[in-house]
Design a protein around this ligand. Structure first.
Ligand SMILES: *[C@@H]1O[C@H](CO)[C@@H](O)[C@H](O)[C@H]1NC(C)=O
Length: 405
């Protein structure tokens, strides 16, 4: 049967004007409104001065975060986000950076030469992005972060974990959350190219652990002006316990382990020299993978030793730059009971922003959560706050000018 446009419109109007349609729509709208009311503003744990700075320059910290209503719970947020999230178009310039041990690191640059806000390349503020475990520059959350930073006129560079971005592994060394040598090399390289451009480090999940471990180790000599983390696991042992709960194992842990094992298979020829590859490939959990591979390659006596060394929570007091960390209380990878609340309460330079919902690297809002979400917006605002108000943020964190590098 053929329906003209007019007929379609008529039947549409008839439908929406029917009492039950109006009723159903009103109820839905009311529920959606109440849902939003029910969701609280995130908890911001930090000093009063830093809180005042963030409220002014980073308004998302005081925004009520209401997760996508049909996507309830941290696990579902995490799963759906990984499937649904859009991928903004980003063109990278790849650079392979050699390391002292004969290996190479793959960097993906977005130079942003067309930047209107910062046309001068030598001083253009630069965001260094560290992806999560098994992640690289193609992850949707990396692409969104780049879109936020470049539209504000900044330069971006993604530090891909060794061997995880399609490049060859030249030595039998990959990466871990505790070993900061590669990151040190990367920051040194960036500062060598652009000594006058401020650099902010942004780490996601395991990338956040690495960033915080680096900032704690280098203290005032980090070469970075600030740090930002999303969904960082604060205690590696507690995280792996949470990840080994049956449902989390089934939904996430098993899949991550498969990806990690895929990397081992791809670089089998090189890695065979130092580990029993077939034994590594029988790992069923990330912890087993770390027992059979990561802790061996990086010279730890045991996986427990590695996890202890990789956990950033107790090292926070050694950091010396402004840091903002976003975590969700329902994150299946980073359990709430491991959040370092007491430690952060005593620190002038660190802020923890905790939402009730949001899962792991998800933080989806709205009915159709494909585009920019809460974590992307927060990231954009914080990056801008750091680069455009450096004196104010340092003052809010009690950091002396001469201390800065
Ligand atoms: C990182 O690992 C490499 C290779 O195992 C080692 O030479 C280096 O000293 C380690 N660096 C740190 C900071 O632990």
């Amino acid at each position: 049967m053929f329906l003209s446009h007019l007929d379609l419109w008529r039947s549409y109007l008839e439908c929406v004007s029917r009492p039950y349609t109006v009723f159903v729509c009103s109820i839905t709208a009311a529920l959606y409104y109440l849902w939003g009311r029910k969701c609280q503003a995130p908890a911001l744990v930090c000093s009063e001065a830093l809180s005042a700075f963030l409220q002014e320059h980073c308004p998302a910290v005081a925004e009520r975060f209401s997760p996508t209503p049909w996507c309830w719970g941290g696990r579902l947020q995490t799963l759906v986000c990984s499937v649904l999230k859009s991928r903004p178009h980003v063109t990278y310039r790849n650079e392979l950076l050699r390391t002292d041990d004969g290996g190479q690191i793959s960097l993906d640059w977005v130079d942003n030469q067309a930047s209107a806000a910062h046309p001068e390349s030598s001083t253009r503020p630069t965001v260094l992005i560290l992806p999560g475990l098994a992640g690289n520059s193609k992850q949707p959350y990396v692409l969104h972060a780049i879109s936020q930073a470049t539209r504000r006129g900044y330069r971006c560079v993604v530090f891909n974990n060794r061997g995880a971005a399609g490049e060859e592994l030249l030595t039998p060394v990959t990466y871990c959350a505790a070993n900061t040598s590669d990151l040190e090399r990367v920051v040194g390289h960036i500062k060598g190219l652009y000594p006058q451009a401020p650099v902010l480090g942004a780490g996601v999940s395991m990338g956040g652990m690495l960033l915080l471990n680096y900032l704690a180790r280098k203290r005032t000599e980090s070469g970075l002006v600030a740090g930002f983390t999303i969904s960082v696991p604060w205690d590696a042992t507690k995280s792996s316990v949470s990840m080994e709960e049956p449902l989390n194992w089934l939904l996430f842990n098993k899949y991550l382990t498969t990806i990690l094992c895929g990397l081992i298979t791809r670089h089998r020829k090189v890695l065979e020299k130092v580990v029993d590859v077939d034994h590594v490939l029988t790992a069923q959990t990330v912890r087993e993978f770390d027992e059979r591979f990561t802790s061996l390659v990086f010279g730890y006596k045991s996986c427990m030793d590695y996890y202890h060394d990789a956990s950033p929570d107790k090292k926070l007091p050694n950091t010396a730059v402004p840091i903002l960390c976003l975590n969700a209380a329902d994150d299946p990878f980073s359990p709430q009971y491991a959040f370092p609340l007491t430690i952060v309460q005593g620190l002038p330079n660190v802020a923890l922003l905790l939402t009730a919902h949001g899962g792991h690297i998800a933080f989806m809002q709205g009915l159709f959560p494909r585009g920019e979400n809460y974590m992307d917006r927060l990231f954009g605002q914080f990056v801008q706050a750091v680069f455009e108000h450096p004196r104010d943020i340092n003052k809010a964190c009690g950091i002396e000018e001469e201390q800065m590098t």
